[in-house]
Structure formats: structure tokens, C-alpha cells
Design a protein around this ligand. Structure first.
Ligand code: BGC
Length: 754
């Protein structure tokens, strides 16, 4: 879908919203609205409203309009020129629903701008749920101050393929990491009285033919992979809404998939909120309603017809859909609005402290960039060195991923006009130039070459002590990359610069793992993802050692496409940026190939060595682990150990606990981790509780989680393939019904320093 800004209409919309806030406040003279009693529970309040609603009001609530002007849509006067709008029901004191994309910040209107967080993968790489919460709270607060009360944020699809165009919106390949990071981000957003929408439910793990392909996966693998990530995120963050995805799952469209929506989400997980559709993802009225869809999004613009209009009314009239289902839809939506404070704390326009918010984004990038290579301690740089900065528009800013989640800075696009300028563009750069930030730190000469002329760039590199080459890969919603190769002449550029200067550092601004044929020729590589609003400053601080790189890969980094479960993605590409799609897209994508063995588990299962493993990342110091002792305490698996900073600089470490279940074919799972900051020589005594949800298997025939009896191998990892400490515990057989799974640990890492 495409969205465009409409500033005048946006202004009118905000004015209306402010007026509405005033009338709600003076509601004393109006008929009593018992649901405004904040002592009642969200469910009690929702029930009272539903009782007072007319059928027309209910149908209004379950059919949200497009909030912008694309695709011939005439925007309603109250809309804010963003993703979705549903007018206020003033009679009942219900505010308009104003929906904004997305998980990396307030995406629309572009012209107003907002603060961009770095990629979701950067937040995940921090392995820091508190940081995810802080990032969520920052973007939630900007949404609230722009007048939005629903944020389409919380991307929890697992990264099954490095070429998936939306990986930058997600949180990696591991269900526990994704669940906890996304869950905390959602909690942060909702702390600002904005409903957060976890998405895209489910298995929207590729973009090629996303509106038609069927993700085929057996129910056991489904529950142990993507669904587990959603389950943990929902339990952690309590999102008011879940967005069902475009694709089909086992041949049935996700938004009319009874198994996904009604059985798994609403019955097994007891989800009390509402399911909204993705934009153009609804294909039926009665079938969708009976399967559990609660709200159709922008159907008048993106669906074949507004299914939750006349067709659904007819289905109710004929008895095909009971009235109670319509009441339930309204109840669920209202319940979430009450639960997240949307009604008690109306969103309204207020000034935003962009300087403070940019620091939050910068902090996330500093914690989430991953140092992949650092030969002979080339990094950190010293201020005395002369530097040749090359490529990646590093003189202007840092790259942002595209599509509905793209956030433009209030200062505008630092490099306007690059292809594609239309959907899924525009291609946006944050005005945070690494070159400027490097100049502020280097006392030696700093020069810049764009990299277009490879010979000129190599010449410049030869004249400097070190060369820093910025390479980029623009990616966006709606397409996948057909391969892992960096676009244009960038591989040749890096190779030429590395030949000219042995002290070459590569900074990647990308969607995720790419091929690096020049890896052995360069001294250092920093994975900066899409670095966000303060990205240039963050990158310079990392390069100069003002902060220790502490990010750990939330995805495995394959050597090439041949190592992937599906080496080809037929039909992948985007012609407007020179990625010409080859072949017909698949109608079915077979996720049973890897099943629940996503990412690092696939490589273990197949005995393949990826280039860099999940959980890997270097710093400017190093850590040693000792005294690893697993035990069972109150039925839980707890591992204690000591981490010591053995280097000369302060740094942050992420020791990771992996568990191998009996009979699991030696595939280990991340079961917990700690994130600890230590001074040189300092030690910390840590205890990690293994998350019980990772110590069970799903039994589809018995509809239960089973913990097999036997010996559980536990390993303490610097990554998913490098261990220092192992042991085992014996657990008895146990089982839990699908609707009452084992509960996660409330505090999974305990630390004391010495
Ligand atoms: C995307 C969603 C987004 C929606 C509204 C769709 O194209 O898949 O993630 O929230 O548009 O902009």
C-alpha cells in the first residue's frame, strides 16, 4: 500500500481531536456514561458501552477507514493523514481511532517528521528488554503527542531468511529473544496510552507474493517457532491488538484462519484484545468474522469490498453470524482502548522534545550495533589518525528501511530523490552524518569520497592512516532481495579500498546478513543495521571507543544462499532498483523444511557452519566464564556462573544459556541470558533461569506441551556455537495443556558483582 502526507487535512484532524477532548471533559452535563468510571475493569467498562451502542455504532467501530489519500481514497476531515481512521462516537464519549505506523517511529505524515529508532534488529541485538521498552515508550509518546492512539507496532515474525524485505522491522530468528524484545517494546508504547498492534500474525516471513502465498507449516513446528514468539510477546506486552497478515497459512488466509485466530490466539492464549486486518488482507465477511477477525482495516481502499459493512450485516440478518459475535468484536476493541488508557488519557497535540528522543534512538544504536571483525585491534580508532571516509552518503546521513514503517526526520530527508521515489519508497536518510561525527573526533585529516569513482576512492584511502567505507543495502516492505549481494559496485569499492589501505573498516547499513566476499581483506566490520535518528553520532562513538560495541547477532549470518533452507526465492526483487524478479513466485512456501529449526537451529541440525553464528559479537575487551553450575530450584532450571572482564577496558557482555532437550537431535535452544556491564578485571556472579517455555515440545495430537523426562544439557555460550561451561540436569516428564503452558520466569537474570 502507499501512503502520502496531507498536511492541511492533518491540521484539521488534530483540531477536531482537541475539540473532542474538551467536550469529553465537560461530559457532566450529558447523560451519565457509567463506563467512564475508572474503578471498573476494562471488561466491565467495555460491556457497559456495548450495551449502550446502536448496531450502526458497532459496525462503525469494526470497520476502520484508510486515514490517507492514496489509491483514490478521499480522506475524512478528521483523519491525520496516516494509516487508519475511525470517527469519534461523541454520543458515547468515544474518541476517534487514529492509527499510525509503525514499530520504528511515527511514520506519517512524512512532512511533519518524527524520531526514527534503528532497525528492530538493532534493538534485538542489544539483548536488552529494558532498552526495547525505552524505545517503545519514546515512539509511543511521539504518537500520543501527534494525536494518534493506535500504533501499528510490534513486528514479531521470525527471520527465516536474510533476504526477507522486512527483516529490519523484526527482532531476529529466536522465539525467546523476539518474544521478550517485542513484548517489552509493546509495553513501552502502551505506557503512553497508545494501543500497540503486534504483527503480522502469522508466518509473513517473506514479502514475495505476500498477499497470496501459503506458508505451509505443521502445527508442532508452528507452535515452537513463530507462534511461540507471538505467544511470549503477547504475554509480556499485552498488546491491545493483533494484526493478521496478508498471506495464507496452510492454504487459509490468515485473516479468516479459524485455527490461528480463534483456536490458538483467543482460546489457547486467552487473548482478550482485538484482531485487526492488515491493509487489504480481508477476503470474506462471515468466514472472517467467525474465524475471529474483529476489525477490517481500510477495506474501502484495499479490499475487494468492505466485508465488514453490508455483507456482514446481511450475514447477521440471515443468522449465519450471530449478533453476539458483533458484540464481541466491539467489546474486544473497547476493552483494549480502556486497558491502555486511550479513553481516560486522550491523545492530543503537544510539543515533542526531538533532541531528547534522538538520544534514545542513538542509545539503542550504540547498544545494538555488532562488531563482526576487528583484526589486530584496528578499532577503536584514535583521534590522532587521519581518516578517509568513503561511500554510503556518509557525508549526509544514514539509511532507513522503506515501506509503511519508514520514518522521516523532522529535518527532512538528508538524501532526497534516490530511487525508488514511489512506493515502497521514498528512500529516506536520517540527517545524522557519520562524516561530521568523525570530524568532531579526529585531530588528523579527514577526507571524503562518495565511492562512485572507485579509483578516486582508493587513491584517497591510500593517503590516510585508516579508511572507513560505508556500504548500504536498501530494503523495504513488499519485496525480498533475490540474493545476498550488496547492490551496485560496492563489493568492488571495498575490495579496491582494502587493497589501497590495509587499515580498512567497513560499516554496514543494511537489512541484515549480506555476502562479504572481501571480508578477509578488511581489518574491521561493524554491522550498524539501519542506524536511526542519531545513527551517525552512534557509529562514530563506537568507532572511537566512547562506547563499547555490545550488540550480539539476533540472526545467524550465512556464508551464502546455498546454506539457507530455501536457496532461491522465485520472483523476488524490485525492478525499480535494478533487482529484476526472476521466475514465478511460489504459491506455497514450505516452512516444514526447517520447521521449528529456524536460524541457528537449522545450522546445527544440518551440521553447517555459518559465517557468523547467532549471538556472536565482539567488543573492545573480552570476557571469561567460570564456575558454571546448573541446578534445579523449585522445579526450575537455574544456572549460576561467574563472568570476568579480562581486558583493559570496561565493556558489556551477554552470556547466553543454551539448553538441549533429551531426544532433540542435538539441536540447542536459547533458554535465557544476562546482559552485564563490567570494569576491567571486575567479575559478576550471575544466575540465569532457563525459560520453561523453551524446555517443552508441542504435542499436536494431544494438544499439550510436553517436557520429556531425561537429561537436559546446558551450555554457557559466547554465541550459539562457542561455549565456556557446560553441565546437565535431570527433569521428570511433565505436561501442560495448550491453553495453560508453563509460565515464563519473572526475573530471568540475577547479578551480584565482586
Ligand atoms: C503493512 C502493515 C502496515 C499497514 C498500514 C501494510 O501494507 O503490511 O505493516 O501497518 O500497511 O500502513
Amino acid at each position: 500500500m502507499t501512503l502520502r502526507k496531507t498536511p492541511v487535512a492533518a491540521f484539521i484532524g488534530m483540531a477536531l481531536l482537541t475539540c473532542f477532548g474538551a467536550s469529553a471533559a465537560s461530559s457532566a452535563s450529558k447523560p451519565a456514561r457509567p463506563w467512564l468510571n475508572t474503578h471498573l475493569s476494562p471488561d466491565q467498562r467495555a460491556s457497559l458501552v456495548v450495551k449502550a451502542m446502536t448496531q450502526d455504532e458497532k459496525f462503525q467501530l469494526i470497520d476502520v477507514q484508510f486515514g490517507d489519500t492514496e489509491n483514490g481514497h478521499v480522506m475524512s476531515p478528521g483523519a491525520l493523514a496516516s494509516a487508519g481512521y475511525d470517527p469519534a462516537i461523541k454520543r458515547l464519549g468515544l474518541p476517534a481511532l487514529q492509527e499510525s505506523d509503525a514499530g520504528l517511529g511515527v511514520a506519517k505524515p512524512h512532512k511533519l517528521g518524527a524520531t526514527a529508532l534503528p532497525s528492530g534488529l538493532a534493538t534485538a541485538a542489544s539483548f536488552d528488554p529494558a532498552l526495547a521498552y525505552a524505545g517503545g515508550a519514546m515512539i509511543g509518546s511521539e504518537a500520543h503527542h501527534r494525536g494518534f492512539n493506535v500504533m501499528l507496532a510490534g513486528g514479531a515474525d521470525l527471520v527465516r531468511d536474510p533476504r526477507n524485505g522486512r527483516n529490519f522491522e523484526y527482532a531476529g530468528e529466536d522465539p525467546l529473544l523476539t518474544g521478550l524484545i517485542v513484548g517489552h517494546a509493546i509495553a513501552g508504547i502502551q505506557s503512553q496510552h497508545v494501543v500497540s498492534t503486534i504483527k503480522h500474525y502469522a508466518f509473513n516471513d517473506l514479502e514475495t507474493a505476500r498477499t497470496t502465498f501459503s506458508a505451509d507449516i505443521n502445527p508442532t513446528a508452528a507452535r515452537e517457532s513463530d507462534l511461540l514468539a507471538f505467544e511470549i510477546a503477547i504475554e509480556t506486552g499485552h498488546p491491545g491488538s493483533v494484526m493478521c497478515s496478508y498471506n495464507r497459512v496452510n492454504s487459509v488466509y490468515a485473516c479468516e484462519n479459524d485455527w490461528l485466530l480463534d483456536k490458538v490466539l483467543k482460546r489457547d492464549w486467552h487473548y482478550p484484545g482485538y484482531v485487526m486486518s492488515d491493509w487489504g488482507a480481508v477476503h470474506s465477511a462471515a468466514k472472517s468474522a467467525l474465524a475471529g477477525l474483529d476489525q477490517e482495516s481500510a477495506g474501502e481502499t484495499f479490499d475487494k469490498e468492505v466485508y465488514f459493512g453490508k455483507p456482514l450485516r446481511a450475514a447477521v440478518a440471515s443468522g449465519e453470524v450471530p449478533q453476539s459475535r458483533i458484540d464481541d468484536m466491539a467489546h474486544r476493541i473497547l476493552r483494549s482502548l480502556f486497558a491502555s488508557g486511550v479513553i481516560d488519557h486522550p491523545a492530543e497535540q503537544a510539543p515533542i522534545d526531538f533532541a531528547a528522543d534522538r538520544k534514545v534512538a542513538q542509545h539503542v544504536e550504540e547498544a545494538g550495533a555488532v562488531l563482526l571483525r576487528n583484526q589486530n585491534a584496528l578499532l577503536p580508532l584514535s583521534g590522532a589518525q587521519s581518516v578517509a571516509v568513503i561511500g554510503g552518503h556518509a557525508d549526509k546521513g544514514v539509511l532507513t528501511g522503506g515501506g509503511s514503517s519508514a520514518v522521516q526526520s523532522p529535518e527532512g530527508n538528508a538524501v532526497p530523490g534516490l530511487a525508488p521515489t514511489a512506493w515502497p519508497g521514498p528512500r529516506i536518510y536520517q540527517p545524522s552524518a557519520p562524516l561530521t561525527a568523525i570530524r568532531q573526533r579526529a585531530h588528523g585529516k579527514v577526507s571524503y569520497a562518495s565511492g562512485e569513482d572507485i579509483a578516486a576512492a582508493a587513491k584517497l584511502a591510500a593517503q590516510a592512516k585508516v579508511a572507513v567505507v560505508f556500504v548500504e543495502q536498501w530494503s523495504a516492505e513488499s519485496f525480498d532481495s533475490p540474493h545476498m549481494t550488496l547492490p551496485g559496485n560496492q563489493d568492488a569499492l571495498v575490495a579496491a579500498v582494502a587493497k589501497a589501505n590495509p587499515h580498512t573498516i567497513v560499516v554496514l547499513e543494511n537489512n541484515g546478513p549480506v555476502a562479504m566476499p572481501w571480508l578477509d581483506q578488511v581489518g574491521a566490520v561493524l554491522e550498524a543495521w539501519y542506524p536511526g535518528a542519531g545513527g551517525g553520532e552512534a557509529i562514530a562513538r563506537l568507532l572511537y571507543g566512547e562506547v563499547d560495541p555490545a550488540g550480539r547477532l539476533p540472526v545467524s549470518w550465512p556464508r551464502d544462499e546455498a546454506q539457507l533452507p530455501r536457496p532461491q526465492i522465485p520472483g523476488a526483487g524490485l525492478a525499480s532498483i535494478g533487482l529484476i524478479p526472476q521466475g514465478q513466485p511460489a504459491e506455497h512456501v514450505d516452512y516444514n523444511i526447517e520447521g521449528a529449526n529456524v536460524g541457528y537451529r537449522w545450522y546445527q541440525h544440518k551440521g553447517i557452519q555459518p559465517l557468523f553464528p547467532f549471538g556472536y559479537g565482539l567488543g573492545y575487551t573480552h570476557f571469561a566464564y567460570s564456575d558454571f553450575k546448573p541446578r534445579i530450584e523449585h522445579g526450575r532450571v537455574v544456572a549460576s556462573f561467574t563472568v570476568t572482564n579480562r581486558g583493559k577496558r570496561a565493556g558489556v557482555d551477554v552470556p547466553q544459556l543454551y539448553a538441549t532437550l533429551p531426544g532433540s537431535g542435538e539441536v540447542r535452544r536459547l533458554a535465557g541470558w544476562c546482559r552485564v556491564s563490567l570494569k576491567p578485571g571486575q567479575s559478576a556472579h550471575l544466575e540465569v533461569t532457563a525459560d520453561p517455555r523453551l524446555l517443552v515440545n508441542f504435542d499436536a495430537s494431544g494438544q499439550q506441551w510436553q517436557r520429556p523426562a531425561g537429561s537436559y544439557q546446558l551450555q554457557l555460550g559466547h554465541s550459539a556455537t562457542s561455549f565456556q561451561g557446560q553441565g546437565s540436569v535431570t527433569l521428570p516428564k511433565a505436561s501442560w495443556p495448550a491453553d495453560a503452558p508453563p509460565k515464563g520466569a519473572s526475573q530471568s537474570c540475577l547479578a551480584s558483582r565482586s
